[in-house]
Design a binder for this molecule. Structure first.
Ligand SMILES: CC(C)(COP(=O)(O)OP(=O)(O)OC[C@H]1O[C@@H](n2cnc3c(N)ncnc32)[C@H](O)[C@@H]1OP(=O)(O)O)[C@@H](O)C(=O)NCCC(=O)NCCS
Length: 161
């Protein structure tokens, strides 16, 4: 079975500082391969400059940050600050194999354990359907001069008995 057909080898673990380089590269790849079809150049350039390794480390240490690892390769990341999900990114060639779903489910479980009742996110235009598939509903839209247009979404956390 090829990697594209299976995520059985993918594990989710907490972020370590050494992951910042791989995460930055994944985000840059997403920006220049995917986001560029949805956002103007100045937004892509701003975000590319924002998600550099040291900046990623700064925010990852303040939030709860997870990474998806396939064998020894970092292939995705997600983070949670208070009840807001940030930086959900999967390496383009690994997309469509449920790694995003796995990352989101893992952070949702941590949120549930922390007693969070409603998860929120600002989805990029290209990720709205992903979040919708994972149970998020659109509550509005926003436009930022640096990050561009985003879709405000949220999900009520269901408590397991
Ligand atoms: C959005 C992203 C994280 C999804 O990760 P992924 O691993 O490709 O998604 P999954 O394979 O787990 O998909 C889960 C479900 O969402 C659906 N989905 C994922 N991306 C989708 C898209 N762009 N449009 C429509 N449906 C999508 C999948 O088809 C799947 O549905 P299914 O359960 O019915 O099969 C990934 O595409 C990505 O990194 N995109 C670029 C960065 C980005 O925009 N991040 C969001 C920042 S807010």
């Amino acid at each position: 079975m090829t990697k594209r057909e299976s995520v059985s080898s993918v594990e989710i673990r907490p972020y370590k500082s050494a992951d910042r380089f791989a995460i930055s590269e994944i985000i840059q790849n997403c920006l220049f391969e995917i986001h560029r079809h949805h956002y103007p150049k100045h937004v892509i350039d701003f975000m590319a400059g924002h998600f550099l390794p040291d900046q990623i480390d700064f925010y990852a240490k303040r939030n709860v940050c997870l990474v998806a690892v396939d064998e020894n390769d970092i292939v995705g990341t997600i983070s949670l600050g208070d009840n807001v999900i940030y930086t959900t990114f999967v390496e383009p060639k690994y997309q469509g194999r449920k790694i995003g779903f796995l990352l989101l489910s893992s952070i949702e479980e941590l949120a549930r354990l922390a007693g969070i009742k409603v998860l929120k996110t600002r989805s990029s235009l290209n990720a709205e359907m992903f979040y919708a598939k994972c149970g998020f509903v659109k509550t509005g839209e926003d436009e930022d001069i640096e990050f561009g247009r985003t879709v405000l979404m949220e999900k009520v956390i269901l408590y397991k008995p």
